[in-house]
Design a protein around this ligand. Structure first.
Ligand code: DX5
Ligand code: ZN
Length: 220
């Protein structure tokens, strides 16, 4: 198990000063930038599209981790790839031909991530583990920042950690939702590699302090 990483979700940033916010969390020591794309269809909220991803791309050299919470993601993979995403993450619940979608992401030269909602069983990704670069286990129901962590997902985290380790796969295990200084320790213990945090990072004005507080717990 390599180095643990923090991916700051800009969903909780001030969109009116987005480039500045991205540069501020970069300066504060975040490892990746997490971009939440929502279509008002797969999830009950609408956020941003490829043009905003392009603007974020211009603001930072950090890896861009684009979390597509959209129906029929295949229709937009090319657009988000061209906009400068490094990681493209799709929800298994939104993909009829998941293997084809993951293949397409890799053909575009991007890292492929697959996401599971809290109530989606882990067996949905089991057949495709050798073909992905990351699995994202949602620890809230996708759609909004600042929601309460769903603890029952910890069992899935532990099981997935075991599958990855037993098969010695180069797959990162990511969680997203309700990650903060109250929940990070049990997630570290359960074997998470990449922690997405939105409200916990952008809360207050001192991003160095909030990012530092989370990352200091990664070493335990
Ligand atoms: C939720 C998004 C998350 C969100 C997390 O649907 O996918 O990335 O920004 O927000 P927090 O960290 O506040 O739970
Ligand atoms: Zn997200």
């Amino acid at each position: 198990n390599g180095r643990r990483l923090l991916s700051a979700s800009i969903l909780s940033a001030d969109f009116g000063r987005l480039a500045e916010e991205v540069r501020a969390v970069e300066a504060a020591g975040t490892d990746w930038i997490h971009v939440d794309v929502m279509d008002g269809h797969f999830v009950p909220n609408i956020t941003i599209g490829p043009d905003v991803v392009r603007a974020v791309r211009r603001a930072t050299g950090l890896p861009l981790d684009v979390h597509l919470m959209i129906a029929e993601p295949d229709r937009y993979l090319q657009d988000f790839a061209d906009a400068g995403a490094d990681w493209l993450g799709v929800h298994v619940e939104a993909c009829v031909h998941l293997h084809r979608t993951v293949q397409r992401i890799r053909e575009l030269g991007k890292k492929a991530s697959v996401s599971l909602n809290p109530a989606t069983p882990l067996c949905w990704v089991e057949p495709i583990l050798e073909d992905v670069d990351m699995v994202l286990l949602m620890t809230v129901n996708p759609g909004f920042g600042g929601q309460k962590f769903i603890r029952s997902v910890l069992d899935k985290v532990r099981t997935l950690r075991r599958w990855i380790d037993e098969r010695d796969l180069p797959v990162l295990l990511q969680v997203d939702g309700g990650v903060n200084t109250d929940t990070v320790d049990e997630l570290v213990e359960a074997g998470v590699d990449v922690f997405v945090a939105g409200s916990a990072v952008f809360r207050g004005d001192d991003y160095k302090a909030t990012v530092g507080a989370l990352k200091s717990r990664f070493r335990s």
